[in-house]
Design a protein around this ligand. Sequence first.
Ligand code: PHE
Length: 465
Amino acid sequence: MTRASWRTRIGFILAAVGSAVGLGNVWRFPWLTAENGGAAFLVLYLAVIVLVGVPGLLGELVIGRRARTSTVGAFEALAGRNWRALGAVPLLASVVVLSFYTVVGGWIVRYLVGSATGAYFDAPAQYFAAIDHGLGAVGFHVLFLAVTAAVVYAGVDRGIELATTVMVPAIVVVLVGLAAWAATLPGAGAGYDFYLALDVAYLRENFLDVLAAAAGQALFTLSVGAGVMVTYASYLDEDRSLAADGTIIAGLNTGIGLLAGLSIFPVLFALDVAPGSGGPGALFISLAGSFASLPYGRVIGIAFFAVIALAALSSAISLLEVPVAFLVDEYGVSRGRSTALVGSGFLATGTVAALSPSAFALLADTIANLALTAGLVGFLLFDGWVLGRDALEEYELGAGRLARLAGTPWLYAVAFVLPVFLTFTFLSAVTTTAGVPVEGTTLAALAAAAVIACIVVLRRPSSVL
Ligand code: PHE
């Protein structure tokens, strides 16, 4: 059987953008921005995207294209059987993220319907509290998962590529419309101020917390650490510049995220809704609630939730593809069977998240970030210390002059600087969650020591570093 592949380069790029653009951009990003001081968060977030996100994304693309097989097998194909275990972390990360993702996807479908009927207009907070967990949530999670599985079942080029090629442009068009409409609201200016004006004092006081939140969000939004980008790059059969593709993917994702902010904050401020209220529910309570008092509220609501539904769907597709491709590549299972098998697993895990708010919060707030971070550290150390020169060679295939110049610095960054930084944010998240705050410098020293220990174990003499 010949291995699946993308039909066109644009198809690959749009599929990857579809994966990146998701709930992270429209649900998590505005909520984290609101909780972390508006523009202060935005600045760090943009810095982390450029300095950590893009090189990290390239680290995954290089592994996938070189191995031409999915997450777990890629380690074996490139370095031998003993390395397979390293693939377990990203595989697990994809399972963790999709397990709560389809639940939120289900909420969105419900709000899409609710926008047409006006179901949530009168009492948005009560409506959200009534539907966020329980049997109804299970039903909508199942519906959302079924649509996701149908696309994955249809295949890489005829399912994923086709679907995302339609979905991503549709998202952009509707979002531009919404942002333009939001600009006409009276009081929109206050929203832009909050979103775009930098409060340096806030940033100085809360630097580490804001940095950790920004780092977690940067990985989440770029879909790195879960093997999605390895898997998608494994379907590439032409050697084009990965650096160019990665930059386009990150650029489009960030642009769409900013656009979402430009449509959300003016609405909140025009109606005097505190952006920080409601946490994860901010989108569903503050924003959805505001539609009721706006002219054409129903139409706006439908447009809004349709965009989010498409964005969430294209990300869920990529997450499901990781374990599905794993079974196909490693065990020779047919795509249909693999989708059915993996899909029923998610039926179960998603049901747990849909029924239990505490399971949901644990997955969405804590474990997802940790698993993505750990997954990415594994990929990067592998690039730097096991592949070494080979990683650079793969990076350079098809790369232009500028990208080539960045090659060696990139390799040093993924081999050492990024792993230390990511381990630092990982440890900081663990200690904060556990309620035992540790000094920043101590954490940094611990992170460096941990990474050096990993390098000693992993390093292959053949790697140049
Ligand atoms: N990037 C997606 C979003 O922003 C989430 C995601 C994370 C998808 C990890 C795949 C892998 O919603």
